[in-house]
Ligand binder design. Structure first.
Ligand code: PTJ
Length: 268
């Protein structure tokens, strides 16, 4: 793999791509996971690759919901495991959320590779890897195989980078679904109870940073935050944010470097 020079304007993004490539070579990431990552990058561009005010609101609602849950479960796929293994394990440790490996492109080889990847960074308990399997009848994809002591038992489930079918099925089973998806138009984004339209990598870091504040809140404060959150309204705000952001860039008189911090000036 080539070295990315530190002064490359897209150095961080290229480094993350390399993490994904390596993840694919180690069987953690599915081939389609690389395509999904590219789609995410494109959506990230149109929010300025930053966590937006509506996303911060949904993060607060999501953390409140996780704190209020009796049995919250974090569904891990290849992309998330490759992108932020340390942060996933850290968040599970501080919040008590259970980790379950659940793959769309399910193979035993990938499950073992992801298991090792997470155990190597200190995961204590992992669901979805033994034969405690149950099936979600409403689903025909491989995501229907869930752990009896994990997703099946959960009341709140966190599903980053997800396919819409499962979100719909989980909702129909009465579960509360929290999605992390950069595409506000995806079926997942539309079906979830709480959708965080932001990059998983930024979100998981914010989850860790903000958890201590959530822990200080009383049950009634947490319930109030959840009650005040309206997912449809938040998705509309996100779409409006992208439109405003693109309008700002396309307006005459705005320097592109003011908006994108490129460090050189082109008047558009
Ligand atoms: O590891 P597996 O086998 O479970 O497969 C995982 C993938 C992601 C390949 C599978 O779930 C899939 O095909 O997902 P989709 O249908 O491509 O949906 C992924 C969604 O996540 C898309 O809407 C992307 O825009 C979005 N996305 C991609 N990267 C990120 C992201 N959202 C948040 N953060 C990202 N880093």
């Amino acid at each position: 793999m080539i070295e990315i020079p530190d002064d490359h304007p897209r150095a961080e993004s290229l480094r993350i791509r390399h993490v994904m490539e390596k993840g694919y070579m180690n069987r953690i990431v599915a081939l389609a996971g690389l395509i999904a990552h590219g789609r995410g990058e494109a959506f990230d561009y149109i929010i300025g690759e930053k966590t937006t005010p509506p996303a911060l609101k949904s993060i607060e609602a999501a953390l409140s919901m996780i704190k209020l849950a009796k049995y919250p479960v974090f569904s891990i796929n290849g992309n998330t495991a490759a992108l932020a293994p340390n942060e996933i394990v850290k968040f599970a440790e501080i919040s008590g959320i259970k980790l379950e490996i659940n793959l769309f492109y399910r193979t035993e080889e990938r499950i073992q590779a992801i298991k090792k990847h997470l155990l190597d960074v200190g995961a204590k308990e992992l669901f979805g890897i033994s034969d405690r399997k149950a099936q979600i009848q409403e689903l025909s994809s491989n995501r229907r195989f869930v752990d009896k002591d994990g997703i099946l038992k959960s009341d709140v489930i966190l599903v980053p980078l997800e396919d819409g079918d499962r979100t719909e099925a989980l909702r129909k089973m009465g579960k509360i679904v929290i999605a992390i998806d950069l595409n506000p138009l995806s079926r997942t984004a539309q079906w979830a109870n709480i959708t965080i339209v932001d990059n998983f990598l930024r979100v998981i870091k914010l989850f860790i940073e903000k958890w201590p504040d959530i822990e200080k809140k009383s049950e009634s404060e947490l319930k109030q935050i959840v009650r005040n959150f309206d997912n449809k309204e938040n998705l509309r705000e996100m779409i409006k944010y992208s439109i405003d952001y693109l309008n700002k860039i396309s307006n005459k008189g705005i320097y592109i470097d003011e908006v994108l911090n490129f460090g050189y000036k082109i008047r558009i």
